[in-house]
Design a protein. Structure first.
Length: 249
């Protein structure tokens, strides 16, 4: 068990960010792993956080269970399953920094364009992307989530293009990433990372994980839909910048 206070402070911040993200502020959770790696190696950090992700996903799914676009998930989840498997299969041969750089650049471009469109500028899509594109974006999300824990931006690019209501966007996101995180479990078993130490640390942070997720649910429902979309686009740009920093910093 880590003995230094720095680890517990860093881990607590990461868990809170993920909780707020799972509660509805999609994108915040992307900062969790970079923060965790300040105090622990990435694989162990991910193994500690993954059980917490699953619990936090359950809170988000329950809170927004009546606000899910099942048709959208029907297109995205098959692609996500394939992408997650390919990410596990190719993890040893794909440079993480390349994935982070590509996703970061796309996230910044998409988020900035949507912010400009809100103010009368930017490129406007005449209609949402065709539904079969959900297979592609689901696959990209699953792949980048498995390789670099960066599945949020690809999902948001697709889901935001569908112009979903705020609660439907949050509920669909919660269910989508709940499925992806369960798909990751066999890979972590294969890596032997579900150790007694990591499990004990996961249990230690479990109450904070649940409280922070409910806090996210409470906060997001008190923000106007227009401001929520603006916040999500700003978060996409911030996450994209962080991924580029990880890749080239």
């Amino acid at each position: 068990m880590p003995a230094d206070a720095f680890f517990y402070i860093v881990a607590a911040i990461a868990v809170i960010l993920v909780g707020l993200g799972k509660g509805g502020f999609a994108g915040l959770g992307a900062a969790a792993m970079p923060i965790m790696t300040l105090a622990i190696d990435p694989v162990s950090g991910a193994a500690i956080l993954l059980p917490l992700f699953i619990v936090q996903d359950a809170v988000g799914v329950w809170a927004f269970r009546k606000s899910v676009d099942w048709r959208l998930l029907g297109w995205m989840l098959p692609g996500a399953a394939v992408g997650t498997f390919l990410g596990w299969l190719l993890a040893a041969s794909v440079a993480v920094w390349v994935v982070e750089a590509a996703v970061g650049a796309i996230a910044i471009a998409f988020g900035a364009n949507r912010l400009l469109a809100e103010r009368g500028g930017g490129m406007r899509l005449g209609k949402p992307q065709p539904e079969p594109a959900g297979l592609f974006w689901g696959g990209v999300s699953g792949f980048t989530s498995q390789i670099a824990l960066a599945g949020g931006p690809p999902f948001q690019i697709w889901a935001l293009s569908r112009n979903l209501p705020r609660d439907v966007f949050v509920g669909t996101s919660a269910l989508f990433f709940a499925a992806i995180n369960w798909l990751k479990v066999p890979a972590f078993f294969a890596l032997g990372q579900f150790t007694e130490r990591n499990g004990t640390l996961s249990l230690l942070f479990l109450p904070l994980a649940i409280i922070s997720t409910f806090a996210g649910v409470w906060l997001v429902r008190r923000i106007a839909a227009e401001r929520f979309l603006t916040a999500i686009n700003l978060l996409m740009i911030a996450v994209g910048a962080k991924l580029l920093w990880n890749a080239f910093g």
